[in-house]
Design a protein around this ligand. Structure first.
Ligand code: NAI
Length: 342
């Protein structure tokens, strides 16, 4: 495969913070003896209509809600693109079969800061449990009443971690620090989990946990892992936390469980239909998504817009590893972060 010496990279879904950290890392390339990279930033997401913007570029850099299905990958390939650089860990938005068929290089950033996401999961658990978001609004209005702000001690509670990979482990460590009993479920359990808690079947984890936190990837096997049936197996009044991918949860079933009070609280940083909403300011528009609208009406639901990764340390690492991946492709070196074969 002919690889250019100086690379032209189209970066989609570019936000001001992407420009800041990618330009910072780009400025350091020469110091590290690396070839130069020209970056064309596109605010728009990558999809079939915008793929043409990559014309003349050797590589594209994409994020979680960019579309990399068969049609888009073919269009990118026709435009001359030979490398896909994901500046995220998840790759559920990529058609791996087409990618392999076209012989394109594709790499991701599998771990930039597991602690960033784990700490955000904890921030959501603490906020939702102690209602600090609602308390702040009350205090600003001179309302110092406590009724409605009652929480529970994390100490002594059981927390279930579904997916004991890098983020799951980091979350388990923090929860242990709070004095929680930690249960884990994972078809490929990490040995490091042994000193943090017990691995159990999913049904046992759901039945015993006061807090269930999802940290597994979205794949066909995990799509709607939390559904009507699994919600029915959860402990009455438990808290469900999802900082992984929206598709792990059947949102309509979750709304039903919140209405019936089987589910005690829900914290989500990700949402099934988030690509139409997240990472953009829609505050002056009418949001047409009624399922999302219903979620925002519950006092016991906390939503953030996919910001688990959003720390200085993580963004710096994402840019650095993306350039490492690009350099592997450019120099024809082995890359440890290739997407798996289809
Ligand atoms: P990882 O690959 O280190 O860990 C994932 C774990 O899930 C693995 O141990 C795997 O064996 C396990 N797993 C696979 N199938 C499972 C199943 N059916 N049930 C239970 N466990 C299963 O990945 P990492 O870095 O911990 O990330 C986890 C997920 O977090 C990513 O896939 C991504 O979707 C999400 N993420 C969210 C971010 C955010 O900003 N909210 C940022 C980064 C990642």
């Amino acid at each position: 495969m002919a690889v250019p010496q100086s690379t032209r990279l189209a970066l989609f879904s570019a936000q001001p913070y992407d420009r800041r950290f990618f330009e910072e890392a780009r400025a350091g390339l020469a110091q590290h003896g690396r070839a130069s990279v020209d970056i064309v930033y596109h605010d728009t997401a990558l999809d079939i209509g915008t793929a043409v913007l990559a014309q003349g570029c050797d590589a594209v850099c994409v994020f979680v809600n960019d579309v990399l299905d068969a049609a888009v990958l073919h269009k990118l390939h026709d435009a001359g693109v030979r490398a896909v650089l994901l500046r995220c860990a998840g790759f559920n938005n990529v058609d791996l079969g087409t990618l392999a068929g076209l012989g394109m290089f594709a790499a991701r950033v599998p771990a930039y800061s597991p602690e960033a996401v784990a700490e955000h999961a904890l921030a959501m658990i603490l906020t939702l449990n102690r209602h600090t978001h609602r308390a702040w609004n009350r205090v600003r209005e001179g309302n110092f009443a406590l009724d409605g702000l009652l929480g529970f001690n994390l100490h002594g509670k059981t927390a279930g971690i579904v997916g004991t990979g890098k983020i799951g482990l980091a979350t388990a460590r923090i929860l242990r620090g709070f004095g929680c009993r930690v249960l884990g479920h994972d078809p490929y359990p990490a040995p490091a989990f042994e000193e943090l808690g017990s691995m159990v079947p999913l049904d046992d984890l759901l039945a015993e946990s006061d807090i269930v936190s999802l940290h597994c990837p979205l794949m066909p096997a995990t799509h709607h892992l939390i559904n009507h049936a699994t919600l029915g197996r959860m402990k009455q009044g438990a808290m469900l936390v999802n900082t992984s991918r929206g598709g792990l949860i059947d949102t309509t079933a979750v709304i039903g469980a919140l209405k019936s009070r089987r589910l005690g609280a829900l914290a989500i940083d990700v949402y099934e239909q988030e690509s139409a909403l997240f990472f953009r300011d829609h505050s002056s528009e009418i949001i047409a998504d009624d399922v999302f609208g219903r979620l925002t009406t519950f006092p016991n639901v906390l939503i953030t817009g996919h910001q688990g990764f959003f720390t200085i340390e993580a963004l710096r690492e994402i840019a650095a590893i993306t350039f490492d991946n690009l350099e592997c492709w450019r120099a024809g070196q082995p890359c440890a972060h290739l997407l798996p074969a289809a």
